[in-house]
Design a protein around this ligand. Structure first.
Ligand SMILES: Nc1nc2c(c(=O)[nH]1)N[C@H]1C(S)=C(S)[C@@H](COP(=O)(O)OP(=O)(O)OC[C@H]3O[C@@H](n4cnc5c(=O)[nH]c(N)nc54)[C@H](O)[C@@H]3O)O[C@H]1N2
Ligand SMILES: Nc1nc2c(c(=O)[nH]1)N[C@H]1C(S)=C(S)[C@@H](COP(=O)(O)OP(=O)(O)OC[C@H]3O[C@@H](n4cnc5c(=O)[nH]c(N)nc54)[C@H](O)[C@@H]3O)O[C@H]1N2
Ligand code: SF4
Ligand SMILES: [Mo]
Length: 695
């Protein structure tokens, strides 16, 4: 038993893959135990509010199923049979296998693979050193931002925008394609403040009546993948009714007679047929944003997880450029602030050690592991994976291929994890990882303007080691030396701050943050947008976007629409697969994380799919029936739940449940395509055609 003491509270930061990156106050009960976690009240964006998953973090950090010792597989792959080994044995085996593979197949046969399980840069990006030091294969990061970011940059030239706190000063907040109530609760805090204090209207645009739509004054339920049509019809109306700000467009955009002519045919009737909205709904939305100068467009990721996601993002963003809402404090459009930071992370990534090997698309991991020569960039097979911070066997598209790849006997897989995930289950070696309160790191916000420091507050259980320590030890045993290997994680943070010109960590730690907010006028592009001619682009130069960000083309540029538009390239429905499926995030999980906690399991006990009652009637499906969804990629078993909050023919399966939670043992992403989304790759998680059958 721990001695009863008064809990102390310490400042930390949420490390999870969420744009909010909340500042946290963590109750510390003793050196190993935390109590309640609360949102910091003195942080202007967090404003004392966090999601319930993290408020109950004690459930996750002190979970009885946490991995606490290194394990080696003893049964056949996927059998779940492991035996405990020492760290020394684990390192010996990994390094021996890797050196052997380097010799026989070359370094590119080894693929360090990671994503954003922790958003801390030291513990997330430190794995890059393996690639730079040894020439192992690189990773093309497409899974999350691959479709959204290019669409925004195509308009503005940079991924930045007005401070999200200024939402509270707007007269209309348009929450477009993000279920903020579930995925970034702070957006709601500031939007609702605007409504309370200024009578602002909240508009939500989604494909089903989710929690965010319930809070909205105007809720537009569109058909999946049709946001571009809505956006260009709104622009048609703005021009038709004299609500477009022609003076602003003349000074700040590339608005041209050709673009105006292009919008002539994008009538509300045309868009109603595509989106499934009523003409009156489109007209009312256009009038609202056209007559409310201080409109803040909060553009999410969700509507870009469609095969036309990049062009839809660009089209939605373009509405703000036509109304000129950027001119007013409280107006403009925002997606992410990631482009507003200049950080020198060289000590973390070890970039100067070497260029690394071929770049493989992380969304195509299934194709890579099953020997698709295009996905392999014409090179040899991948023989070893080293995974930190992600659960690809559960979250990657085209899960059938991913699982087949991981099952290969000649693939040596090491997974560094906190829990026995679907991916860890298929590993040869599993290593136990620390959680954020057990190591030092810093975290930057995409959904806000601050960078925060999160210190180690408690001791890790068992033999857990941090990502940074594990990569250091691997490099050491592989015979590499690098400055980073002689520093602690805290010193790594301090050195990165110094190199980035932020000053000394000891000083920064007094407040715990650095504010990178651009001055309001700059953030609203008052001196012009970030393209060389300082003009917003209604006619995007996608090749310039590719050059700016190092994106790879995955289609012929000539296929793309010339101007902001609806691009009709989503997965087709046909007689075989007549339904459109979206796999929207669940409030209780964070991607695949938190599926293990009691609170989440209570809220989301089994995989379900929302089926429109009229569709269900035609298929003789009753509420609560077991159903199977399928397409040419595979079949997935769930439970039907009646819900009339979407258009006919649309299905919503919320949350990525563990594969084993489905009756047939395979996860929802079995149905999702891994064809790279045009123009620069990414996965269309909410764009899938399926059939449904009872049973
Ligand atoms: N609770 C919870 N929080 C999370 C996550 C989670 O899984 N659960 N995931 C985290 C991560 S990694 C990210 S990137 C962010 C993402 O957060 P969001 O920006 O919110 O993006 P998505 O999670 O993809 O989906 C958001 C919404 O988009 C809707 N949508 C899908 N297709 C369309 C469409 O064609 N048009 C329109 N208008 N809407 C569409 C979905 O139904 C869903 O309600 O959230 C983070 N926060
Ligand atoms: N169907 C469907 N699939 C999706 C999406 C969707 O909306 N629908 N969303 C997609 C999106 S946006 C994203 S970003 C991806 C994300 O998918 P993932 O990157 O897999 O994200 P998580 O599920 O949060 O998994 C992160 C893993 O990292 C582990 N982890 C956390 N911290 C640490 C650490 O410090 N060290 C180590 N070694 N491990 C750690 C966690 O335990 C967890 O298992 O999923 C994508 N997949
Ligand atoms: S809202 Fe997002 S950043 Fe905030 S505590 Fe929850 S998961 Fe973390
Ligand atoms: Mo994401």
């Amino acid at each position: 038993m721990n001695a009863i003491t008064t809990p102390r509270t310490a400042r930390s930061v949420c490390p999870h893959d969420c744009p909010s990156t909340c500042a946290l106050d963590v109750e510390l009960i003793d050196q190993r135990t935390i109590g309640r976690v609360r949102g910091a009240k003195d942080d202007p964006y967090t404003a004392g509010v966090i999601c319930e998953k993290v408020a109950r973090y004690a459930e996750r950090i002190h979970h009885p199923n946490r991995l606490t010792h290194p394990l080696r597989r003893v049964g056949k792959k996927g059998s779940g049979e492991f035996q405990q080994i020492s760290w020394d044995e684990a390192f010996d085996e990994i390094v021996a296998r890797w050196l052997e593979i380097e010799r026989t197949d070359g370094p590119e046969a080894i693929w360090p693979y990671f994503y954003a399980g922790t958003m801390g840069h030291v513990h997330r990006d430190g794995i890059e050193r393996l690639r730079h030091a040894r020439g192992y294969s690189l990773q093309y990061d497409t899974i999350c931002t691959g479709t959204a970011w290019p669409g925004f940059i195509a308009g503005t030239g940079v991924l930045a925008g007005p401070n999200p706190e200024s939402m509270a000063d707007s007269d209309c907040v348009v929450i477009w394609g993000t279920n903020a109530v579930a995925t970034q609760v702070n957006v709601m805090t500031h939007a609702i403040r605007a409504r309370k204090e200024r009578g602002a209207k909240i508009v939500a645009i989604d494909i089903y009546r989710n929690g965010t739509m319930e809070q909205a004054d105007m809720a537009l339920v569109v058909r999946p993948g049709t946001d571009g049509a809505l956006a260009v019809a709104v622009m048609h109306i703005l021009l038709r009714d004299g609500l477009a700000d022609r003076a602003y467009m003349a000074d700040y955009t590339d608005f041209s007679p050709e673009f105006e002519a292009h919008l002539q045919s994008r009538t509300p009737e045309w868009a109603a047929a595509i989106t499934g909205l009523a003409v009156t709904e489109i007209e009312a939305f256009a009038r609202l944003v056209g007559t409310t100068p201080k409109t803040y467009f909060r553009l999410g990721y969700g509507f870009t997880r469609q095969r036309n996601g990049s062009t839809s993002m660009h089209a939605a963003l373009s509405v703000a450029a036509m109304t000129g809402s950027w001119q007013h404090h409280g107006g403009g459009a925002f997606h992410s602030n990631s482009g507003s930071w200049k950080l020198d992370k060289s000590i973390i990534t070890g970039a100067e050690m070497g260029p690394g090997g071929r770049e493989l698309d992380m969304c195509e991991i299934g194709k890579v592991l099953t020997g698709d020569s295009t996905a392999l960039k014409g090179g040899g097979p991948v023989k070893a994976l080293f995974i930190q911070n992600t659960n690809p066997v559960n979250v990657s598209p085209e899960q059938g291929l991913t699982r087949a790849g991981f099952a290969r006997d000649d693939l040596f897989t090491v997974v560094h994890e906190q829990f026995m995930t679907d991916t860890a289950k298929l590993a040869d070696i599993v290593l136990p990882a620390t959680m954020f309160l057990e190591h030092n790191d810093y975290y930057r916000r995409g959904g806000h303007t601050r960078l925060l420091y999160g210190p180690k507050l408690v001791d890790a259980p068992g033999e857990c080691r941090s990502n940074f320590e594990v990569v250091n030890e691997l490099l050491r045993r592989l015979g590499t030396d690098h400055a980073s290997m002689h520093l602690t994680d805290r010193e790594m943070v301090a050195e990165t701050f110094r190199r980035s010109g932020f000053g000394e960590l000891d000083e920064i730690e007094r407040t715990g943050f650095i504010d990178g907010a651009w001055p309001d006028e700059k953030a609203r592009f008052a001196d012009g947008f970030a393209w060389p001619d300082k003009r917003y682009r209604f006619e995007p130069d996608w090749d310039a976007v590719a050059r700016l960000k190092g994106y790879n083309w995955v289609c012929d540029p000539s296929e793309m629409p010339r101007f902001a538009d609806h691009w009709d390239v989503t997965e087709r429905v046909d007689a075989e697969t007549p339904f459109r499926l979206a796999t929207s995030p669940s409030r209780s999980f964070l991607n695949s994380s938190f599926a293990e906690t009691a609170g989440s399991q209570k809220r989301q006990p089994e995989p379900t799919v929302f089926v429109h009652p009229d569709d269900a009637a035609e298929l003789c499906i009753a509420d609560g029936d077991p159903v199977t969804l399928g397409n040419r990629r595979g079949e997935v078993a769930l439970k039907a739940v009646f819900f009339a909050g979407m258009q006919r023919g649309v299905l919503i399966a919320e949350g990525i449940h563990p594969n084993s939670a489905h009756r047939n043992g395979v996860g929802i992403n079995t149905l999702i395509g891994s064809d790279p989304v045009r123009p620069f790759g990414g996965a269309a998680f909410h764009d899938t055609s399926v059939w449904v059958r009872k049973g």
